[in-house]
Design a protein around this ligand. Sequence first.
Ligand SMILES: Cc1cc2nc3c(=O)[nH]c(=O)nc-3n(C[C@H](O)[C@H](O)[C@H](O)COP(=O)(O)OP(=O)(O)OC[C@H]3O[C@@H](n4cnc5c(N)ncnc54)[C@H](O)[C@@H]3O)c2cc1C
Length: 301
Amino acid sequence: MNVTEKFPAVRGVLQENVNIGEKSFFRVGGAAEVLFTPSDMEDLLFFLRKLPKNTPVTILGAMSNVLIRSGGIKGVVIIFDKNFGKIFVEDDVLEVGAAVHCSELSAAALNHELGGFEFLMGIPGTIGGAIKMNAGCYCSRISDSLIECEGITFSGQTKWIKSTDMNFSYRASSIPDDLIITRAWFQGTSNVNYSISKKINEIAAKRKDNQPHQRRSCGSTFKNAAGQKAWELIEAAGCRGLKVGGATVSEKHCNFIINENNASAEDIEDLGELIIQKVLENSGVLLEWEIVRLGSKSNKE
Ligand SMILES: Cc1cc2nc3c(=O)[nH]c(=O)nc-3n(C[C@H](O)[C@H](O)[C@H](O)COP(=O)(O)OP(=O)(O)OC[C@H]3O[C@@H](n4cnc5c(N)ncnc54)[C@H](O)[C@@H]3O)c2cc1C
């Protein structure tokens, strides 16, 4: 039986056994058993409502914060395309599709002379992923300007959630794991007393100075611990440059793991676990993964 017989007849694209790992920022990992790219909201709602019960569902964005394990992801993986990538601006409010890239929102805000989105220019994910992760840097977080989100549950119910009901904290929120964010509304700040483009350029320059550039990585591997920067703890534990197989702790920013030399997903995860162990032994702090690890280690699991 092929995928079109097993799953609802959609207008979007359904594909079987798609190697999504190679499209992730680490460029490594396994396949999605089924990959669904919905053509619009109705298509997504129809698919979810008709999906056979107990089919696992995973929603992904640009895959800039996920490690896809080698055994791949069972069930259906949903990734949006440009049909969910539109931005509308009315006065100082921006309506943004989940597939819009953070840098596109930053650029749209700049074009409309709206402040508050400069920090997003260097974050390589989508708005859906950024909201789920409460992405941020340089003292700003995406939750600062978020008004409201539209989402669909895995069972096909539409929901609107106000930002104030999402309990945002550092890289976390109470957004349920079975909610697919489809659109979001943001409050821009008009008449700011600084140059938006200058601030964007300053942030870009800081990133270039402090972070490895154009490498196969997912940014910060671990969350900062209470009052302590993860990179400082990792450095103090002697992990700068540490390697497992083809995975390396960046010399430039030691909270970044890089797929330097054809690392496997296991190399990356094992290196992360080794760092956790060394930091715990050295400082007594238990680091928490910021990167989301998905799927099974072997395709037999
Ligand atoms: C070089 C580099 C620099 C980075 N710098 C930063 C930084 O400064 N600050 C920062 O916070 N992060 C940073 N990141 C990490 C990453 O870019 C962000 O976490 C980003 O917001 C993830 O978005 P994504 O679309 O890639 O999500 P993915 O990696 O695809 O997914 C991440 C999580 O979000 C969930 N998700 C994705 N889309 C949706 C959706 N539509 N609805 C519900 N859940 C969804 C996924 O299920 C998963 O749990 C960096 C990454 C890299 C590679």
